[in-house]
Design a protein around this ligand. Structure first.
Ligand code: TMP
Length: 207
């Protein structure tokens, strides 16, 4: 059976990482081989770039340099981890992928969505997920959850101002509406179990 590439997206504090683990378990329960991965990172080269991106002063990189580093990390992740696993018939679940760059660097950072897509073309040949699950929480719930988790000590990007993160959220919604075939918007509120069920339902046509 052919493997599938699924990305989970959303702003800070929507519960992506927890849900990724739960979804992977649920898919394994259906007899699939599942690889869990994340961005930035997911391969040794990309994990090295992750430290450059998430540590240090907030203004360590210009918006353009930041976009280039994410694209470089993604190129390595696609070539070394994602494509080989898919070729082996595995399902790959990634905590974030291209759409995070479109929303954060492209939208909130002002680089523009089309430039981010061009960089992705150069780095990864424009490779896209079979399905992208966008987790959303209403109002301030996600920001409150992220603050509780990080205690004010979030990474370079997570700790940016509230305006930046609300632009990220609007950009995500816009991309999802532009690509209804690839995207499913999933309500991340309620019990973890319920959210996992919603995610599974959003993959049903691929199973
Ligand atoms: P994480 O909080 O999901 O580990 O992600 C790390 C941070 O990196 C988070 O603040 C989102 C940000 N990010 C981008 O700005 N652009 C990207 O392309 C990716 C993958 C993550």
């Amino acid at each position: 059976m052919a493997g599938r590439f699924i990305s989970l997206e959303g702003g800070e504090g929507v519960g992506k990482s927890t849900q990724l683990k739960r979804l992977a378990e649920a898919l394994r329960g259906r007899g699939l081989e599942v690889v869990e991965t994340r961005e930035p990172g997911g391969s040794p080269g990309a994990e090295a770039i992750r430290s450059l991106l998430l540590q240090g002063e907030e203004d360590r990189w210009t918006a353009g340099a930041e976009a280039l580093l994410f694209a470089a990390a993604r190129a390595d992740h696609v070539a070394k981890t994602i494509k080989p696993a898919l070729a082996d018939g595995k399902w790959v679940l990634s905590d974030r992928f291209l759409d995070s760059s479109i929303a954060y660097q492209g939208g909130a950072g002002g680089v523009g969505a089309s430039v981010i897509r061009q960089l992705h073309q150069v780095g990864s040949g424009g490779f896209l997920p079979d399905r992208t699950l966008l987790l959303e929480l209403p109002g301030r719930a996600a920001a409150d959850r992220a603050r509780e988790r990080d205690g004010g000590g979030g990474d370079r990007i997570g700790s940016r101002a509230e305006d930046y993160h609300s632009e990220v959220a609007s950009a995500f919604r816009l991309i999802a509406e532009e690509e209804p075939h690839r995207f499913r918007i999933v309500d991340a509120s309620g019990a973890a179990e319920q959210v996992t069920q919603r995610l599974l339902a959003a993959l049903e046509d691929l199973l």
